[in-house]
Ligand binder design. Sequence first.
Ligand code: ADP
Ligand code: ASP
Ligand code: MG
Length: 437
Amino acid sequence: MSLKVLKFGGSSLADAEHFRLVADIIKSEPTRRYVVASAPGKRTSDDTKITDLLYKCHALATDEEDITAVFDEIKDRYNSIIAELGIELDLTSTFEKIRLAVLHSSGRDYVASRGEYLNAMILAKYIGYDFVDAKKVVFFNEDGSFNSELTNDVMRDVLSKHERAVIPGFYGSMPNGTIKTFSRGGSDITGSLVARATSATIYENWTDVSGFLMADPRIIADPKPIKKITYKELRELSYMGATVLHEDAIFPVRYSKIPINIKNTNRPDDEGTFIVPETEEISENIITGIAGRTGFSSITIEKAMMNSELGLGRRVLQVLEENGISFEHFPSGIDTMTVIVGTKALQQKRADVLAGICKNIDPENIFVEENIALLAVVGRGMVKAKGTAARVFVALANAGVNIRMIDQGSSELNIIIGVDSNDYVTALNAIYREFVK
Ligand code: ADP
Ligand code: ASP
Ligand code: MG
């Protein structure tokens, strides 16, 4: 029997008008039984997300500054939604409880989580679904890692007792009952957890774009939508900056191979993108999509006969590990190796890292270059199509972009290219235009 889980993002629940669209979508199919709600997002491009206002409240309270103005802004947002929808719901005592909690140094995660908590309560009331608090069905371990099996068992059990329910996204509880959130954009993960626990036939992720687009619409004008994409491709793209879906939202549904459909709340009839476990179909463009991020640095190490020195790579990475820095890429030549790391992470430990590498491997030369952007060209079709890499490089050369690093994933699913941050937009455009005519 068909069962759909829906997750609505912040922009889809930003105001009363959007709540109406959301209710219409949910009510249009009886199989749409479980709904995950985000906190109200931006109504216009210069608006502030409720989650960000809550973080601000927490920061003010921590500095013992007055939170009244920001807290009132939050209350007003919710109250105007309630008033405009004409719902009988008085949140006065709930707001007061939250306000006191903010003032009495409740955790930062608790404060942030109230955005989804309140919005899910309003949505549940508006559409007549049960409200199920995420703290009762999403669990973290003592060390802060996510407890997937406990979550799945309890959530399955709890939701089986609710024919229809709204669950707030983004947070869960620690073993001692305190609230912990996922990383930003984490309501996508909650949606995926609910889909797994209820053995949904599909997980519909409703947002403000008609699916996953081949490139970031904020950089490429009117990019083509992707009809179908595999879990693996999606992870590559979302990790590399295509923020439509949280990169970790794939894991829960992967167990039961539940497809995800990215849909547009403002254009519900558009097909959107299907994210599937696997597919034989190949995109007509060969590549599936391009994504990218700025803010990387490279550490280049030179030493003659490096390739024959056993354990050298391990010793370089050990230094990073000891300094709590994870690396993105690690391309190496015969006498050189380069490690790509996040600039922010490196900045704080730069001196220790460089001293550590010098001590561990005694290089002839070592230098750091900042302002690197990474681009990921992703496509399951690249394995079969000859010359894809060549087309990427020619397109970049013709656009006058100097390539700083190349790394082709062993799965042949992606090609990662490092360029100067100043060339980032030009590079993204050049590759997009090469493949999408
Ligand atoms: P939500 O609030 O619904 O979770 P997000 O803001 O997290 O929505 O994600 C949707 C946004 O992701 C879009 O509005 C768009 O600006 C951005 N985005 C970045 N890369 C892409 C891409 N490749 N395809 C579609 N949208 C993208
Ligand atoms: N509201 C949270 C955020 O802004 C979670 C989410 O939107 O998924 O990050
Ligand atoms: Mg999101």
